[in-house]
Design a protein around this ligand. Structure first.
Ligand code: ZN
Length: 250
């Protein structure tokens, strides 16, 4: 499946064990996150399957600068001239000037069963071991809702990384939560709303605190960076993520 329509003019694109979100407004598109380095072809295929051209992407917005989200940014800029924006606090991370991510050794230490080994192999093939700084990244040009297709509003949610932000899609009643709140991950033992395992988070306590910035948004639809969409509302998603965290971290 190249893409999945999840609301009017809102689509998800599956990268390698990671999600992207595509917003449509007439002929123009906004892409949220860019998968792994090896996922560029999936983005092009999804956009073309929708009847668009990659050049219709006005900008790419980045929730945070981990390798499974910045993947195709350089390719999209070099090939089509598409700019990329993230929060002011995340810019240095995206440029490779600071590091806030799990190392390959962190990952290897957690390869405990066949499914996590399969995941590690997939992400290695998708570019998981190559550095991928994004020199052209810029901070969001304005505060509040962005003047881009779909008018996403960045919601600062520091914790998973220091400059992480989610995107509220008010017209669609949805929120793209990035890695602040996910619904599954190959290294997690359960399905459903949750924060990622500690070793992926720069700070798990701050990630949990940041959930407060999401819980009251008008969003019945939750679009996480990993796992399936959640349709019972962001308030319910946050409540479940907190209750799992209380169980797991105490
Ligand atoms: Zn991440």
């Amino acid at each position: 499946m190249r893409y999945q329509q999840v609301a009017d003019d809102v689509f998800t694109i599956a990268g390698t064990d990671v999600n992207m979100v595509l917003l449509r407004e007439g002929r123009d598109l906004t892409l949220i996150d860019a998968g792994w380095h090896g996922d560029a072809g999936r983005i092009e295929a999804a956009v073309e399957a929708l009847g668009h051209r990659p050049r219709d992407i006005t900008a790419v917005l980045l929730t945070h600068a981990h390798l499974d989200h910045v993947g195709a940014l350089n390719y999209l800029q070099a090939t089509y001239g598409i700019p990329a924006y993230t929060s002011r606090l995340e810019v240095a991370h995206a440029k490779g000037e600071v590091h806030e991510s799990a190392t390959p050794l962190d990952v290897i230490k957690r390869l405990t069963d066949i499914s996590t080994c399969g995941w590690a192999l997939r992400i290695t093939r998708a570019g998981g071991l190559r550095k991928n700084p994004v020199p052209h990244i810029q901070p969001f040009p304005t505060d509040g809702a962005l003047d881009l297709p779909g008018h996403p509003t960045p919601i600062p949610t520091p914790g998973h990384t220091s400059g992480h932000c989610a995107f509220h899609l008010a017209a669609a009643g949805a929120v793209a939560t990035g890695d602040t709140l996910v619904t599954a991950h190959p290294t997690s033992k359960f399905q459903g709303p949750q924060v990622l395992p500690d070793f992926f988070n720069h700070s798990t306590p701050r990630t949990l605190t940041a959930l407060a910035a999401l819980e009251d948004l008008a969003a019945d639809l939750v679009l996480p960076g990993h796992g399936d969409p959640f349709t019972e509302g962001i308030g319910q998603a946050v409540a479940r993520a907190r209750s799992h965290a209380t169980t797991d971290h105490t």
